[in-house]
Design a protein around this ligand. Structure first.
Ligand code: PGA
Length: 258
């Protein structure tokens, strides 16, 4: 039995209609077998959270799927037009929230400081942040992978290592996201082990407990090989999480690799 329970989280990104979100949850109800030792979460767009929460509350207990959001405001409630506050997500039944996804870093200009503030805010309201880190292709090719992920992680750690007690990190090489080009399991494992060592430098206990997910073109066909690596504790799944059979197969692969 592993020390760390695996987590497979689906990042639906800006996809779907209410009808397709419903169909996806219905599909998961059919496809997911009872799971032990694996947590499953789905992260729909903000506007679908309430409906998805209601559908998930009807799932059989052994197939319970947790709810997550894709983003939150770094601020407490107040005058921030168009933003969504962490407490609101908590009230809707969210347990997780993704912070620092590379699409937000790139398209919305989220800096390490903003990501750190979002991470801290998630903790304040009792959400478990899923912190995304990862290098671009140019950074990998210039040998800067460790330097980049260390910088992204350290920005959050400087807020206090205690914050990491329950956190989830997702290593998502930018060149692997949505490209069909998955990292080699050994390549991913090397970065995961590096991240855990870095975390251990701040808090050894937290490092042993922290779940480090891999993300970037995870599919049913490559999941088992990734999960066989010692420091890969699950997956953050984008495209493949929009297909119930595919996503369920990834969850089952996580269970078999227990
Ligand atoms: P992908 O996305 O699985 O479609 O590559 C992963 C992610 O962005 O979290």
């Amino acid at each position: 039995m592993r020390v760390r329970e695996r987590l497979v989280a689906g990042n639906w990104k800006m996809n779907g209609t209410l009808a397709s979100a419903r169909a996806l949850i219905e599909g998961l109800r059919r496809e997911l077998m009872p799971l032990t030792g694996v947590k499953v979460a789905v992260c729909p767009a903000f506007v679908h959270l309430r409906d998805v929460a209601a559908l998930l509350s009807d799932m059989p207990v052994t197939r319970r799927i947790c709810l997550g959001a894709q983003n939150l405001s770094p601020h407490p409630p107040g005058a921030h037009t168009g933003e969504v506050e962490g407490g609101m997500l908590k009230e809707l039944g969210c347990r997780y929230v993704i912070v620092g996804h590379s699409e937000r870093r790139r398209e919305e200009g989220e800096t390490d400081e903003i990501v750190a503030a979002k991470f801290a805010r998630a903790h304040e309201v009792g959400l478990t942040p899923i912190l995304c880190v990862g290098e671009t292709l140019a950074e990998r090719e210039s040998g800067a992978t460790e330097q980049v992920v260390a910088r992204q992680l350290d920005a959050v750690l400087s807020g206090g290592a205690k914050v990491f007690a329950e956190a989830v990190i997702a290593y998502e090489p930018v060149w692997a996201i949505g490209t069909g080009r998955v990292a080699e399991p050994a390549q991913a494992q090397a970065v995961h082990a590096f991240l855990r060592r870095r975390l251990a430098g701040h808090d050894a206990g937290a490092a042993a407990r922290a779940r480090i997910l891999y993300g970037g073109s995870v599919k049913a066909a490559n999941a088992a090989a990734l999960f066989a690596e010692a420091d890969i504790d699950g997956a953050l799944v984008g495209g493949a999480s929009l297909d119930a059979a595919e996503f369920a197969a990834i969850c089952h692969a996580a269970e078999r690799q227990r």
